[in-house]
Design a protein around this ligand. Structure first.
Ligand code: GLC
Length: 539
């Protein structure tokens, strides 16, 4: 079954990012798989999310956890096969859940047959699928992204007798988009999955598709031209499916990826994310006000995707050096917590496992403009393991129930692809889905209620936002409004009680959408007493 092709469904959707290997192991081999995701759709439906984003599921040597693709049109054997995939899509659609896939446009794995053919034979038609050079000096203005481990974007290939270009790890050679054949095979890969019913793609690392001497090789006009071509292809053949842009850039640059409503439907808002953490720790609203001042209006039919965490390090690329140092001091006091220009920790540990702050962060996420993307496990406050390599510490098995392998697998813990978190405060005895489901006051149920309320009121997703100066810099107060609906969101970022004073001339009542309580309006100003870190969504 395919869902209605409602245009705009994504604008008020809540997204949920899944690392398939970590979610649920249905086959008992220690790795999560597609059938496992299908078995756990109840949880996702209950939570109330609308669209699942699956991290790469393709065959891959897994040097970058699947972002190194060795075959664009097949399933990694650990995850199952195409039948499992079809079943997952059907099951999800039957429940009204959509599914988007990660599509890595910029590069392949060095194990991809195209690259193998290219490096072995200068005359192979695949040679020109990649970017080669006799010197490693070309495109010197392009920055290095994986700063911790890489010193150049060029790597010498002995077999090829030339250098090849890569913006990420050397095992991820960049595709050559100047070659029309490359553009064509990428469109064909997209078609393959769209034919199988996927609802769109999270397009990985899009700023880097083309290279031009004398530029930083990011956001080039040629790149936008190809992406518009991909969009036109989708609109023509698969209307209603979406493209979500991963471009870790400033909003004015990211806005170009919306085009005039003819490029991406959605784009992550990278600079907002660290400013949520800044606002929380400084107990000041100004980082949030500032970042929305930097955020241009976007074309009709487009939407930002907002998030607190994802599968990568908490990236600090979009903050100034001084703020980055401050973020590291505050949120990554141990050197091991730092990675590249970021922090390899999950939401709950970042916020000291403090329930009030975790709820407040989610309140901001669900009420500020944009469509929220949750990262698996954060809905129950899962912990991390900074001692695992690279970003693996935030990719550990989902904790479904207490004890053993946390209900993730029937295998014993030592045989899982990664250890279950066992840090005090975060063990599966303390943090798991089953217990939180049964407890009305749990984080899981709190987030479930937030999602339900958000989805019942379009002002949160489609509405305008106006900041309110409520008399104290620790107050994050704004109106969200759409049609006749006006919602006042009032949040106290501070650890002290605080009174918000909101100009609200009129009579009547405001109703707290989360608790049902009412607040009487009398006179010119509304005075709201907000306990430490309180949040209220008032209709
Ligand atoms: C994106 C992914 C990241 C990956 C990189 C290279 O930034 O989020 O996980 O390592 O692209 O594909």
């Amino acid at each position: 079954m395919y869902l209605d092709n409602q245009p705009g469904w994504y604008q008020n959707a809540v997204f949920y990012e899944i690392y398939v290997r970590a979610f649920y192991d249905s086959s008992g081999d220690g790795n999560g798989d597609l059938a496992g995701v299908a078995e756990k759709l109840d949880h996702l439906q209950d939570l109330g999310v609308d669209c699942l984003w699956l991290m790469p599921i393709y065959p891959s040597p897994l040097k970058d956890d699947g972002y190194d693709i060795a075959d664009f049109t097949a399933i990694h054997p650990d995850y199952g096969n195409l039948d499992d995939f079809r079943r997952l899509i059907d099951e999800a659609h039957r429940r009204g859940l959509r599914v988007i896939l990660d599509l890595v446009l910029n590069h392949t794995s060095d194990q991809h047959p195209w690259f193998q053919a290219a490096r072995h034979d200068r005359n192979s038609p695949y040679r020109d699928y990649y970017v080669w050079s006799d010197s490693d000096q070309q495109y010197g203005d392009a920055r290095i992204i994986f700063l911790d481990t890489q010193t150049s974007n060029w790597t010498w290939d002995e077999l090829a007798g030339q250098y090849f270009w890569h913006r990420f790890y050397p095992c991820q050679p960049d595709l050559n988009y100047d070659n029309p054949a490359v553009q064509q095979v990428v469109l064909e890969a997209a078609r393959f999955w769209l034919e199988l019913g996927v609802d769109g793609f999270r397009a990985d690392a899009v700023p880097y598709l083309f290279e031009r001497e004398g530029t930083n090789c990011e956001n080039l006009p040629e790149t936008h031209a190809f992406l518009k071509r991909l969009r036109a292809f989708i609109d023509e053949h698969y209307p209603g499916r979406i493209l979500l842009c991963e471009a870790n850039q400033w909003p004015h640059d990211v806005c170009d990826y919306f085009g005039e409503g003819d490029e991406f439907h959605m784009a992550f808002h990278f600079p907002l994310m660290p400013r949520i953490y800044m606002a929380l720790r400084r107990r000041q609203v100004n980082p949030l006000v500032w970042v929305f001042e930097q955020t241009p209006a976007i074309p009709a039919g487009c939407q930002w995707c907002t998030f607190l965490r994802n599968h990568d390090e908490l990236t600090l690329e979009m903050v100034y050096p001084q703020d980055r140092e401050w973020m590291w001091q505050e949120y990554a006091p141990e050197p091991r917590m730092r990675l590249n220009l970021g922090i390899r920790r999950r939401l709950a540990p970042l916020l000291g496992n403090d329930r009030a702050q975790i709820e407040l962060a989610n309140s901001l996420l669900f009420t500020l403009p944009g469509a929220p993307v949750l990262y698996y496990g954060d809905e129950i406050g899962m912990g991390d393991d900074i001692w695992l390599p690279d970003r693996n510490g935030v990719r550990t098995p989902m904790q479904w129930q207490a004890g053993g392998s946390a209900g993730f697998s029937t295998l014993e813990p030592v045989r899982l692809y990664a250890p279950v978190i066992d840090a005090p405060g975060y063990t599966s005895q303390e943090v798991n889905v089953a217990d939180q489901r049964a407890d009305p006051a749990s984080l899981l149920n709190t987030i479930r209620r937030m999602i339900a309320v958000r989805k019942a009121h379009l002002a949160f997703s489609l509405g305008e936002m106006t900041w309110v100066d409520a008399g104290d810099p620790a107050l994050a107060v704004y109106w969200r409004w759409y049609d006749n609906e006006r919602i006042l969101v009032a949040q106290n970022l501070s650890a002290e009680p605080c009174q918000a004073i909101v100009p609200a001339a009129g009579k009547g009542e405001l109703r707290d959408l989360l608790t049902g309580e009412t607040v009487g309006l009398e006179g010119e100003k509304l005075r709201l007493d907000l306990p430490a870190r309180a949040y209220r969504w008032l209709l």
